[in-house]
Design a protein around this ligand. Structure first.
Ligand SMILES: [Zn+2]
Length: 254
């Protein structure tokens, strides 16, 4: 019982200390935000309303966050933030250019090429022309696999081919991209040997970083290039919740 209580206190202490440390040394923090769709009104977690997104962007700009692309991540600055959008929805193309320009922010869009070729559910996706036309001062294109399959139970060989197809198709449409991968659904093999094989294939293919979800702030520079964590900004997060997520990542202690 005593041992159990001491362990709990120790875990709480380490967690609080670690988060406090990150908080006190902001130059080492790299916050990566994850969004999907933007619409005038939001009805689900994966869609942020235009109104909420504007309030969040206005806050980042007012509080002087340094909005970056992954290609700029190595010049360490305090309050570094990377804003990311997944899947290539047409509404990103419709709403983001004006908002990013207004608040002088940048966004990285992770493109699963199969969704662009074949569509995804009933959603309207960007075309390759739409993607190519995004202003490079405000948008960075990056990888999200070709198939958008959950990588968790797939072989390292399949994953490698899928990421190569993703890059080849973007190249064939003359779309410049950064060699940064967002795992579909944030998942990759968990078993250590499988995971190492996947990471070594990513390295062989020149992938610089890969991002999962995880809801934590990253400590940068990092050894975990292929396990960077993103903070999931939900469709109906209030501005207060957004501010807390910027500081703590996930809102629960554990
Ligand atoms: Zn996705």
């Amino acid at each position: 019982m005593i041992f159990y209580s001491i362990s709990i206190v120790l875990i709480i202490f380490i967690t609080v200390y670690f988060r406090l440390y990150l908080f006190l040394f902001p130059a080492n923090r790299l916050t990566i935000l994850m969004y999907h769709q933007v619409e005038e009104f939001s009805n689900d977690d994966l869609t942020v309303s235009l109104h909420n997104l504007e309030k969040q962007f206005e806050y980042l700009s007012r509080r002087k966050y340094h909005s970056k692309f992954f290609s700029e991540v190595n010049n360490s600055q305090p309050k570094s933030i990377i804003i990311t959008f997944d899947d290539g929805y047409k509404n990103n193309h419709d709403y983001l250019p004006a908002l990013l320009k207004k608040y002088n922010l940048k966004a990285t869009i992770f493109i699963p090429t199969r969704f662009i070729q074949e569509g995804y559910k009933d959603y309207e996706m960007m075309s390759f022309e739409d993607i190519g036309s995004l202003d490079k001062n405000f948008f960075e294109i990056a990888l999200h696999s070709h198939s958008h399959e959950n990588f968790k139970n797939l072989t390292p060989d399949f994953i490698e081919k899928d990421v190569q197809a993703n890059m080849d198709i973007l190249k064939s449409h003359d779309i410049e991209f950064s060699k940064v991968l967002a795992y579909p659904y944030g998942k990759y093999p968990k078993r250590k040997d499988e995971k190492e094989k996947v990471f070594s294939k990513l390295r062989d293919n020149g992938i610089l970083f890969a991002v999962r979800i995880g809801n934590k702030i990253n400590y940068f520079p990092t050894q975990n290039m292929y396990e960077l964590q993103r903070i999931d900004i939900k469709g109906n997060d209030t501005l207060l919740k957004f501010k807390l997520k910027l500081i703590f990542g996930k809102l629960k202690l554990f």
